[in-house]
Design a protein around this ligand. Structure first.
Ligand code: NAD
Length: 451
């Protein structure tokens, strides 16, 4: 009965899937499970439930950690180039500022919504806690297709969004950063708008800025570099020679592009990469430098012409036979519907939330190791933290120091997670969340609930 109801609902939610509903893993309550598979905030809350149960976490604290501190929804009216006014919706969410000011990126994309931003803010809290950074979790975004805007419209949108959320951001309150479709230029407009309102230059309101206005060397490549350090640490433990591995990367933006490039330069065989248009595959390996040049001329991968490369869709790229799969695009890519088709040894999560809790169970059964987002892609927030410190001190570090400190912090977080996962016989995700959540729970307990 339960199974039939579930199958019917799955057909509604995934009408185009060719996957037999018999293959869908069943666990938990149907409605709750479907929500978890489709809504990222439900997914983030489910993760807290799973870990709370394993840790025996107090119910009151669990309730507290499943709520965000504040959510601001703003309307952003913009005068378009043709003289018309268009109104966009924007969000900024603080999940927790218990351990320090909020920290989190902003994304500009057509499917941005409040629950997505809440989930991303929650994961930022865990990420900062796992790395012991004195920061909380925040996130923001605007529901917009930025490719449809001119540069002038994009600048007006960014500046008006900054003005709308100005009361809940600042170096001591909440520090912004880049995410999907936002780059150093957009960070520069945020820094300028905030500074103009305050009457003085305040670079610390945002990280990922251009170096000329207080940005940090190494920030642009930080998430990719962090992914590499974490992967290297795992391969050392598993006695795997990285250079013999076939690697697939979904997403070819900041995160996917940099990790593909770093691994390519290390001599790894990158057999497939994709962007939103689809991807390219070659068993003998792709020339990543050539593809990055193509991307930087504003081209989609699907339009790259080469008789040696075969086109693959974003669905297919995830199921290619490889050693290491790096989802580095968006959330909910590996779900209960395709997890059984994933064909690799390691999933290294470059994106935030690419694997649903239901998929986690299937991957675990298949013996696939998942290096979770809050550990794997934490290099970005780590170097953002370095940028923030450098801005406060008005003293800037050299790239060697950035990379060494990044490697130290991620290496120590990786050791904590790996050792706990062995000790408790749990996945790396559960171990990461156990460490992050217990640290936050302790901070809540020490500070107490006001008043
Ligand atoms: P980006 O905009 O630079 O790149 C995103 C890439 O994903 C592009 O290649 C885009 O074409 C592709 N993409 C977008 N929508 C897609 C879809 N529906 N299907 C398949 N591909 C799609 O963004 P980014 O900064 O590289 O962020 C990618 C992921 O990494 C996000 O989940 C983000 O939250 C996470 N992340 C980013 C950082 C950072 O420092 N930028 C840090 C940690 C985590």
């Amino acid at each position: 009965m339960l199974e039939n109801k579930k199958k019917e609902q799955m057909k509604i939610i995934y009408p185009n899937t060719l996957v037999s509903t018999d293959e869908i893993e069943v666990y938990g309550e149907v409605e709750e499970e479907l929500l978890t598979e489709t809504n990222p905030f439900e997914m983030a809350k489910r993760q807290v439930d799973i870990v709370a149960q394993k840790m025996g976490l107090n119910d009151n604290i669990k309730k507290y950690l499943k709520r965000v501190e504040r959510s601001l929804i703003v309307s952003i009216p913009i005068k378009m180039d043709d003289g018309n006014i268009e109104i966009f919706e924007g969000y900024r969410v603080h999940h927790s500022t218990v351990r320090g000011p909020g920290k989190g990126g902003i994304r500009f994309a057509p499917n941005v919504n409040l629950d997505e931003v809440k989930a991303l803010a929650t994961w930022m809290t865990w990420k900062c806690s796992l790395l012991k950074l004195p920061l909380g979790g925040a996130k923001g975004g605007i529901c917009v297709e930025p490719r449809r805007l001119s540069k002038g419209e994009l600048e007006r949108l960014t500046r008006r969004y900054t003005a709308e959320i100005i009361n809940i951001i600042g170096p001591d309150i909440d520090i912004l950063a880049p995410d999907i479709n936002t780059d150093p230029q957009i960070m520069a407009w945020i820094m300028d708008t905030y500074s103009m309102h305050k009457g003085r230059a305040i670079p610390g309101v945002v990280t990922g800025k251009p170096i000329e206005i207080g940005g940090s060397v190494g920030r642009e490549t930080a998430t990719g570099m962090g992914l590499f350090f974490v992967l290297e640490a795992l391969c050392n433990r598993m006695k795997i020679d990285l250079t013999t591995q076939d690697i697939v990367v979904q997403g070819f933006g900041n995160v996917g592009g940099h990790i593909a490039n770093i691994l390519y330069e290390k001599g790894c065989n990158i057999i497939a990469v994709s962007d939103i248009s689809g991807g390219l595959y070659a068993k003998e390996g792709l020339n990543i430098k050539e593809l990055l040049e193509w991307r930087d001329l504003n081209n989609f991968l699907k339009d790259f012409q080469s008789e040696n490369y075969r086109f693959v869709s974003n669905e297919e790229i995830l199921t290619l036979n490889c050693d290491i799969l790096i989802p580095a695009a968006i959330e909910k890519q590996i779900t209960q519907l395709n997890a059984h088709k994933i064909n690799c040894k390691i999933v290294l999560e470059g994106a935030n939330g690419p694997t649903t809790p239901g998929a986690d169970i299937i991957l675990k059964k298949k013996g696939i190791i998942v290096v979770p987002d809050i550990l794997a892609n934490a290099g970005g927030v780590c170097v953002s933290y370095f940028e923030y410190i450098q801005d406060i001190h008005s003293y800037f570090w050299k790239i060697d120091r950035i990379n060494q400190e990044l490697k130290n912090i991620l290496g120590s977080a990786f050791d904590d997670v790996y050792n706990l996962s062995k000790e408790k016989n749990v996945t790396l995700r559960i171990a990461s969340l156990m460490i992050a959540i217990s640290r936050l729970a302790k901070a809540v307990e020490l500070r107490g609930i006001y008043p």
